[in-house]
Design a protein around this ligand. Sequence first.
Ligand SMILES: Cc1ncc(COP(=O)(O)O)c(C=O)c1O
Length: 376
Amino acid sequence: LVEAGTPVYAVYEGRIHSFQDNDKPLDNGPTIIVEHKTTADGPSFYILYGHLSRDSLDGLEIGKTVKKGEQIASVGKYPENGGWPPHLHFQLIADMMDLSGDFFGVAPPSKRDVWLSICPDPNYILQIPDTLFPEPAYSKKEILEIRNEHIGKNLGVSYRKPLCIVRGFMQYLYDEDGRQYLDVRNNVPQVGHCNPYVVDALARQAAVLNTNTRYLHENLVKYARRLSAKMPENLKVCFFVNSGSEANELALRLAMAHTKQKDIIVIDGAYHGNTDNLVGLSPYKHNGPGGEGPPSHVHKVDMPDPFRGEYKHSDSEAGKKYAEDVGRAVQDIENQGKGICAFICEPLMGCGGQIIFPEGYLKEAFRRVREAGGVC
Ligand SMILES: Cc1ncc(COP(=O)(O)O)c(C=O)c1O
């Protein structure tokens, strides 16, 4: 950035190729393009000077000669410069492609090679030291190579042509070329990516305090109060955690401490988290690639899927019928001379295929588990 009014000098001798006020918002503003010769009778190249002051165009004529070092313009002020903080747009152009008064100024990184052949690096002329530039970004290929070397293979990369996602905003993700994707795939972004309200609250708190919970702080109790006001009256004690896995681990420990039992019923296809215990409770994982099956205290019941399962939407008793399998699992546990600890299920199965349970399933399943002394 420079002060508005800063003089702009011609770098070489040349002639005015074209000029124009590109006055749409965030365009190049008043712009001058100067044609230069590589040798007396060699090919031409061009330099575009953009975001100039409007009066830089006064009295200009196409073909007018420009001397090396001559002031040809000055940097324009906001907003007449196209609506930017004052700075100079300096662009080398090898081929004007029959355009005049303006030229393409931005391109996707994936087309970098093509555009560099048309608009060579202006630093050949400007000689700005490397230390003043940000480090060049890695290509997708480089990122993948480094990832393969330094990141565990358990973290798979989606898609045959992996996406390089550099930004998120609400329901959208953006790749390195600025292409927008409607995100229906990424893990649980309930309030959207980078929701400005959340970002603002995080940034403000991070700038003030981030400690564990050993000290008194009114935010902790205020939040616990707000949250429990939304729950049934007897649910008023909060444990705050950082992830779904921690929440489920804690729930599991509470259930075991309460029932003094270990045996758990899970639904086929369920996913409950990434700890050892929770992989044990997640058929999606322990029956998936590399899985080693369920531990002996985990009992699987049919997925109550009213679309692909045995009992369909059209069956008004489907919920009850699927819950019978929960009754069967409770019976199996008791037949082994053990008691039930808990039944764990997602309110809506995610990894299992976005399964919405049929009416009455949970009520009936919970009844059977609770009657046998388990929690859910
Ligand atoms: C249903 C369900 N439970 C638990 C988890 C684990 O949550 P986290 O990844 O925050 O540990 C997930 C994560 O996707 C989930 O979808």
